[in-house]
Every structure is written in structure tokens, then in C-alpha cells.
Design a protein around this ligand. Sequence first.
Ligand SMILES: Cc1cc2nc3c(=O)[nH]c(=O)nc-3n(C[C@H](O)[C@H](O)[C@H](O)COP(=O)(O)OP(=O)(O)OC[C@H]3O[C@@H](n4cnc5c(N)ncnc54)[C@H](O)[C@@H]3O)c2cc1C
Length: 392
Amino acid sequence: MDFRFTPEEEGFRQEIRTFLHQELPPDWDYEPFEESDEEWRFSRAFVKKLAQKGWVAPAWPREYGGMAAPYMHQLIMAEEMAYHRAPLTPVAMAIGYLGPSIIVFGSDEQKRQHLPGITSGDVMWCQGYSEPNAGSDLASLQARAVKDGDDYVINGQKTWSSGAHRADWCFFLARTDPEAPKHKGISYFLVDMKTPGISVQPLINLADLHGFNDVYFDNVRLPRSGLLGEENRGWYVAMATLDFERSNVSGAAAAQRRFEELVAYCRENKTNGKPAIKEPTVRHKMSEMAIEIEVGRYISYRVASIQARGQIPNYEASIAKIYHSELTQRLARTGISVLGLYGQLHEDSKWAHLKGRLERAYLTTVGQTIAAGTSEVQRNIIATRGLGLPRD
Ligand SMILES: Cc1cc2nc3c(=O)[nH]c(=O)nc-3n(C[C@H](O)[C@H](O)[C@H](O)COP(=O)(O)OP(=O)(O)OC[C@H]3O[C@@H](n4cnc5c(N)ncnc54)[C@H](O)[C@@H]3O)c2cc1C
């Protein structure tokens, strides 16, 4: 098997790098969904520039603002964006999983209505799946959508909704048939966040950042055109969205950047009077991380090759999700231990090393093995759908 990219693909990669070097400050870093107002304005402007080049979703059809490029271009784009920490919050959910779900399940009218707003960088989406009593057991969700003439009337609460405080539209799940078995009475909706009756309350995370929110629906009227897929079959659309979400083809590229910074730090800083990189325990940790990142890259390529064939990865996406989310945690922990007590300093401290990024990464990566389904839930999926083991 030949894992090399073609000269044409390498040329595309180079073009993206040149663009990113021009557009991003040299030491640019940020946390997706948790950026300050200033970073957010920068993110929006950056995404508009990306859109002008047709690069928000290169593999999408031209009629929706893509370039009809081979899927490998999308992979290369995702890798470069992740490595350079490009601020993609305004389009991250839409390119990664809502857009692909609309392409598979949406009507022609829905595709025309929603996809161009994504590729132009004008419309940001958020996800309303989780509820206070429905996370891992998502099918227990209680938000209700009741038919009233041609409309649905929505009532309920969503929680942990990343970026809802900035989002223009929301894709969410609500129960349309409370009498049906729980997976079979759920529908999938698309709603404008400016619709009367929707309110958003901030939730502050472990790192003291505002990334996710509670979202309340109070008699929100939604026209029938807001239903994605068939009524009461939203569970199956939602699971496809999650498969796209968990695919994470760029996790290794993001980890590679953090790793390179750490190696450079170990070359420049001393432990016991010699460069830290010469310390055997540090060398072993770094070697371990290098191997893990390389393994992660090939897991990503496996998922990408499934997507390139036009299929939706399933248990493979769960493998990628577990691997990359746990890898970023291990990397942050390795970094903290290599930096010693400096590692615990917040970015505001003048004594912080590597701008305090590892302390922040240490805290923010905790949520990564919970978001989009916990590691335990992914392991259950791999056991049942991947290995064919019986359900408990
Ligand atoms: C950073 C972050 C961003 C998020 N963004 C969004 C978002 O944008 N939109 C959205 O809808 N949601 C979002 N979420 C919510 C996320 O999807 C849920 O937190 C997640 O599904 C877990 O649900 P829960 O928090 O209710 O935990 P619970 O389901 O209560 O789980 C508690 C513990 O029990 C374990 N557990 C539960 N069931 C099983 C089982 N069957 N087998 C083994 N172990 C089990 C879990 O692994 C976990 O350790 C986000 C979460 C985080 C942390």
C-alpha cells in the first residue's frame, strides 16, 4: 500500500500552507468554541477569506460552494488547518458533520437553503442533542415537538451546546411520538437561533472558559421545512451525524504541532544542567508520543479512505474518536510533566513556559473524552458493531 500523496496533492498542501502563513499570526493559538470576542471576530474574518478561495469544504459540489475536489483534498485541508490551528469555529460543525448529513438526508430545497451559507462562512451552526437527563443515553431525550397545522411547536432544554452563544442556526433532536419505542419517536430539526422562544445561557467549563451553553425552547414555532429526513426517523440521521462527527481525520496533525513545540522546548531548556531532551526519561516520553501520533495518523487515513469511497465510517469513527481524544490528553499530561512546576502556570503568569498552553490544554482536553460520546460509549460501539460482541 502506498501512503504517499500525489505531486498534485502535495502542491495543494503547499498552496494551503502559503495561505495560512500569510493569514495567521506566527504564534497563533486558540481553543475552538472557547475563543474571546476578539478571537471570534478574527475567526469570522479568516473563514470569509477561506470561503473566497472556495476552501471551506473543497470536496462539496460546486453548486453549494465547494470545488468538487477529490476527498483527499478535504483530508489535506483538514490536516493543514489542524496543524496550523486555523480558527474554524464558525464552520467547524457544519463542515464536519451537519453539512454531510444534509447532503445525505436533506431535500434539494434544504441543500439549496443551507449549504451555500456554510461554504460562504456566513452561517454558524450549533448542535442541540444532549439534555440534562440524556447524554450517553441520548434516546431518552424529552424535548417535545408537537404538530400544530403546518408547524411544529418545540418545548424543552438542551445542554452542553458548544458555540450556541455565537451560532446562527441549530440542528437538534426532539420527540415527535412519545408513545413509540424511544429510538423511534425522535425527529431531527433545523432552526434559526433568532426564532422567538429560543434563549441561551452560558456554561463555564473547567478551564474557566465559555464554550458551551444551555439552550431553552419555549413554544418555538418551526415550519415543516425545518424537519431533516423523515418524521420519527431522526435517530438514524442523528447517528450518521455522530459518525461524521467522530471521524476526526485531523487529530494527529493537531497533536503533531503540540509535539513539535514540546520537542523544541526540550532542546532549549535544561534539566539537571543539560538539555532536557538528553534526559533519558524525557527522551522515552517523546519517543512514545511520536509513535502514538504516527499510529493516530494512520487511523485517520483509514477513516478518510472510507469517506473517500462515499461511505460513512461507523465503528472506525469510534476508534478514531477514542484514539485522538485520549492521545491529546496523554500529550497534554506528558507536556505538563516535562515542564515540571512551570507546566501548572496559567497563560497570564509571566513565569509561564510555552505561553501556558499546556496548562490550558491539560484542562480543556478533559472534555474531549466526553464530547461527542464518552470513551466508554465508543468502546461499547466498537465491541458490538465492530467486534460483533453481544449487547449487555
Ligand atoms: C466539551 C464538550 C462539548 C460538548 N458539546 C456538545 C454539543 O455541542 N452539543 C450537544 O448536544 N452535546 C454536547 N456535549 C455533551 C456530550 O455529548 C455529553 O456530555 C456526553 O454524551 C455524555 O453525556 P453526559 O454528560 O450526560 O454523561 P452521562 O451519560 O451521564 O455519563 C456519565 C458517565 O457514565 C458513563 N456511561 C454512561 N452510559 C454508559 C454505558 N452504557 N456504558 C458504560 N459507561 C457509561 C459515561 O461514560 C460517563 O463516564 C459536549 C460535552 C463536552 C464535554
